[in-house]
Design a binder for this molecule. Structure first.
Ligand SMILES: [Mg+2]
Length: 191
């Protein structure tokens, strides 16, 4: 298990990790998800302080792209319709010149098990499936959607003296471009 001081990037599943796993199924097939602003702030802060963050989800939705774009994550680091998360995690590592041992992966269900085992630090929410709880290096004291992401990101950044919020600092090199693109696509302002 990699020490938090040596972590260089994060990768997270979405449902059951950023959310409590609930979705609201709309008549038109869209799924609505509730995100936690404290989790979101920690992701923005990680990006601002130079940590690549990957989103690796079995889901597929325009709202996932626009949500994570607005946190400073470029679309190229958002993997949707991912059945087995490990190949996508390895692809992310290769693109960012990272060894998988330098990456934290957070997941909560069976498709996340291999990535949890392979990552430098595999962590799952307290309410993850039993296979994840057995495979993970750490079982969080937090549940998915309830500051699970915030806790691990904040602790990692604090361990490296990078838990820094500077309002003058840009979100990340790709933030403006991605937000503009999300605004253009959705035709509305992205918070
Ligand atoms: Mg999940």
């Amino acid at each position: 298990m990699t020490d938090l001081k040596d972590i260089k990037a994060f990768a997270f599943d979405v449902d059951g990790v950023f959310t409590d796993g609930s979705v609201i199924a709309m008549d038109n097939g869209d799924l609505l998800r509730i995100f936690n602003a404290k989790d979101s702030f920690s992701v923005r802060t990680a990006v601002m302080n130079g940590f690549p963050v990957a989103i690796i989800t079995g889901g597929c939705s325009e709202s996932i792209i626009s949500r994570f774009n607005s946190l400073g994550i470029p679309s190229s680091d958002i993997y949707q319709m991912s059945k087995n998360k490990l190949p996508d995690l390895l692809h992310f590592c290769e693109r960012h010149n990272l060894d998988i041992s330098q990456v934290i992966f957070g997941g909560d269900d069976v498709p996340d098990v291999e990535a949890l085992r392979a990552a430098g630090l595999g962590i799952c929410p307290k309410d993850a499936c039993v296979e994840c709880r057995e495979a993970a290096d750490v079982v969080s004291e937090f549940c998915g959607g309830h500051r699970f992401v915030r806790d691990i990101v904040e602790r990692t950044l604090r361990a490296q003296n990078k838990w820094i919020f500077d309002p003058q600092q840009p979100w990340g090199f790709s933030y403006r471009e991605e937000v503009n693109s999300a605004q253009f696509k959705s035709g509305r302002h992205v918070q």
